[in-house]
Ligand binder design. Structure first.
Ligand SMILES: Cc1cc2nc3c(=O)[nH]c(=O)nc-3n(C[C@H](O)[C@H](O)[C@H](O)COP(=O)(O)O)c2cc1C
Length: 154
């Protein structure tokens, strides 16, 4: 199964989590491909059968600048991703209060607009609690792998 991993990051933390996820999914026998700063056309060309979004939050609950172009293209072009298992890993900092993991929340809203379903509850990684988001994501990623391995083929 081909899984596209897209990421949005300011300081590199989310990108690091995305790279780690790519390794773990590949180790599990899945064809994972991290596509940092990809255009929608590049994601589509990969022909993903599942999607993983990894994003941090900046500003007041906003997406990192390097994910905004893809986010806008997805909103404008409505790719037919309704049948694909898709999930989100959000990095944030709970000390920002109401905007905690706001970037991930924006992606959840995008999923809803597109009629996509979240295959797993969004993982929230809190920078005020941990400095090892990659390893903290491992149990969630193991569940994601299990889910993909049991997903019925279309
Ligand atoms: C200027 C700035 C604004 C931030 N705003 C938020 C925010 O609104 N909500 C949140 O949950 N985290 C916020 N954060 C925390 C980051 O999302 C968090 O530290 C994350 O781990 C950074 O990941 P990155 O290295 O991929 O950029 C902010 C961090 C900075 C430096």
């Amino acid at each position: 199964m081909k899984i596209a991993i897209v990421s949005g990051s300011v300081y590199g933390g989310a990108e690091e989590v995305a790279r780690h996820a790519e390794h773990l999914l590949r180790d599990a026998g899945l064809q994972a491909q991290h596509l940092p700063r990809a255009t929608l056309a590049q994601v589509q060309a990969f022909a993903p059968e599942a999607l993983l979004f990894v994003t941090s939050t900046t500003g007041m609950g906003e997406l990192p600048d390097n994910l905004v172009p893809l986010y806008s293209e997805i909103r404008d072009q409505f790719p037919a991703w309704q049948t694909l298992p898709a999930a989100i890993i959000a990095l944030g900092d709970a000390s920002y209060g109401d905007t905690f993991c706001g970037g991930g929340e924006m992606l959840r809203e995008l999923f809803a607009e597109l009629g996509m379903r979240e295959a797993m509850p969004m993982l929230r990684l809190d920078a005020s609690e941990t400095v090892t988001p990659e390893t903290d994501a491992e149990p969630w990623l193991a569940d994601f792998v299990r889910l993909l391995n049991t997903a019925p083929a279309d």
